[in-house]
Design a binder for this molecule. Structure first.
Ligand SMILES: NC(=O)c1ccc[n+]([C@@H]2O[C@H](COP(=O)([O-])OP(=O)(O)OC[C@H]3O[C@@H](n4cnc5c(N)ncnc54)[C@H](OP(=O)(O)O)[C@@H]3O)[C@@H](O)[C@H]2O)c1
Length: 190
């Protein structure tokens, strides 16, 4: 009898993303100003007894980023490269090599790259990429910051799934000024 050994996954897939209340992460033209420069209004705030993760408590814990090509192109347009010192893998079937990131053609290729490394906490970014990782059962933690706006259209955060993904609430709070309701969930193993 042949014994097939499968190495179990050693890294955690972590999502950290801002969304409109109706579930869009960017306007159709890619505009993010509704999230990054919101019109000031007097939002009620709640510091929370079990607060969600925020960028300052999330980003330092990440060793690797996996992002979709669309998100990568957005980040390349920022002033300065924000991910210095972190390994970045871009998921794309069209992108040529980049000096900022490794390119993987499929989720399977990303998994192989991560399995061959000592990755522990992997930041999964970009709507279609998050949807693909969720479908593949490769997301363990989600922090979602819900902005007080309805966009009606744009790039969706979530899509169809062929089964329920059960979540356990880990923390939540809201922040002053931007009115973001921040929620951290863990994906409940089944
Ligand atoms: N609100 C926020 O916090 C936030 C965060 C991140 C991004 N964004 C914004 O959201 C928008 C991008 O979202 P998005 O949903 O379009 O995209 P995305 O996931 O960043 O990129 C989509 C691209 O990734 C590649 N890809 C995704 N899944 C793949 C798979 N399973 N196999 C192979 N390649 C795959 C494909 O690239 P190819 O076409 O090259 O094959 C696909 O076109 C941008 O405007 C970005 O700025 C917002």
């Amino acid at each position: 009898m042949m014994l097939v050994m499968t190495k179990s996954r050693t890294w955690r897939g972590c999502v950290f993303i801002g969304t409109s209340l109706d579930g869009y992460i960017a306007k159709p033209d890619g505009d993010l100003s509704w999230l990054t420069e919101p019109e000031p209004r007097p939002h009620a705030t709640d510091e929370g007894t079990n607060p969600a993760l925020v960028w300052e408590t999330f980003f330092p814990t990440i060793d690797t980023l996996v992002m979709g090509r669309a998100t990568f192109e957005t980040v390349l347009g920022f002033e300065g490269w924000p991910f210095e010192g972190k390994r970045v893998i871009v998921l794309s079937s069209t992108l040529d090599a980049s000096d900022k990131a490794e390119v993987a053609r499929s989720i399977g290729e990303v998994e192989a790259l991560l399995a061959a490394s000592d990755a522990e906490r992997v930041y999964i970014d970009g709507g279609r990429t998050i949807q693909a990782f969720l479908s593949a059962g490769l997301v363990d933690e989600l922090t979602v910051s819900i902005a007080p706006i309805l966009l009606g259209r744009g790039s969706p955060l979530f899509g169809e799934l062929d089964r329920d993904v059960l979540l356990t609430l880990r923390g939540h709070h809201s922040t002053e000024g931007d009115g973001l309701v921040r929620i951290t969930y863990e994906v409940t193993p089944r």
